[in-house]
Design a binder for this molecule. Structure first.
Ligand code: MLT
Length: 260
């Protein structure tokens, strides 16, 4: 079921071809600050807080379809007919749903540090444990449990201040939004059959130290999406756009120069 009435908090920078950047779990739109700062000089960059995160209202229902419909509703609000949609991790799951439900609104796709498959039984059990953790000990405990996988080993070794700021972003997530997103991710459908249907230009980006959605997942999507491009970012983990913004932005800039 889809509730069209959600209005999202968002940042919007620049003019030109619109790119919507969808954050992952349990992030908020500040994830995309380095992209808005740099790519916003050339493009119209928009970054929403998904429902239940950042400054957007925490109100169900929560599902990949609902998040995708919220993004389409935001495009309506902004008077944008067609946009490039980029999503990182859970944002990528939402980008697949956006493709299935709103493909006429899509100019191109950017899939960052994500995967096409649904959760395994083991993965679903981990989500249930995470829901219990969030409800009993709060988002700070979720951040503690997730931070090691969220950033790559090079970042953990060399940039403790960045690790702290990613941890702070995770720890600031409202528990209701965290629980809603975990339930939405554990019940999401398998997007693997969707890959062969994608016929818009697609860029796949992955940090070579990403352990949550490793490069093998990116390569599998690259093989299955006709004509897609793959950029592997060295010395970056799961939040490759924050860990190596210059390399990430270069990959997006080059892709946009060809396809924007
Ligand atoms: C994310 O970064 O969005 C999450 O790691 C995705 C997931 O837990 O499947």
């Amino acid at each position: 079921m889809s509730s069209p009435s959600s209005s999202l908090a968002y940042s919007s920078v620049g003019t030109g071809t619109p790119i919507v950047f969808i954050h992952g779990f349990p992030h908020n739109r500040t994830l995309w600050a380095p992209q808005l700062a740099a790519l916003g000089r050339q493009f119209h960059c928009i970054a929403p807080d998904l429902r239940g995160f950042g400054e957007s209202e925490a109100r169900g229902p929560y599902s990949m379809d609902q998040y995708a419909d919220d993004v389409a509703h935001l495009l309506d609000t902004l008077g944008i007919e067609r946009a490039v949609v980029g999503g990182l991790s859970m944002g990528g799951y939402i980008a697949f749903a956006f493709w299935r439900r709103h493909r006429d609104r899509l100019r191109a796709l950017i899939l960052a540090d994500t995967r096409s498959g649904a959760d395994s039984d083991e993965g679903r059990q981990k989500r249930r444990d995470m829901i219990t953790l969030a409800r009993t000990r709060g988002a700070g405990a979720v951040a503690d449990a997730m931070i090691e996988g969220m950033v790559g080993k090079s970042t953990r070794r060399e940039r403790p201040e960045l690790v702290r700021s990613v941890h702070a972003m995770l720890a600031s997530a409202p528990v209701e939004g965290v629980v809603g997103a975990l339930e939405a991710m554990m019940t999401r459908s398998d997007s693997t059959p969707t890959l062969a249907t994608i016929d818009v230009p697609t860029l796949i980006v992955v940090g070579d130290e990403d352990v949550l959605t490793p490069p093998a997942e990116a390569r599998a999507m690259h093989s299955a999406i006709p004509g897609s491009q793959l950029a592997v970012i060295p010395a970056a983990g799961h939040v490759s756009n924050l860990e190596r913004p210059e390399e990430f932005n270069r990959a997006v800039g080059e892709f946009m120069a060809q396809n924007g």
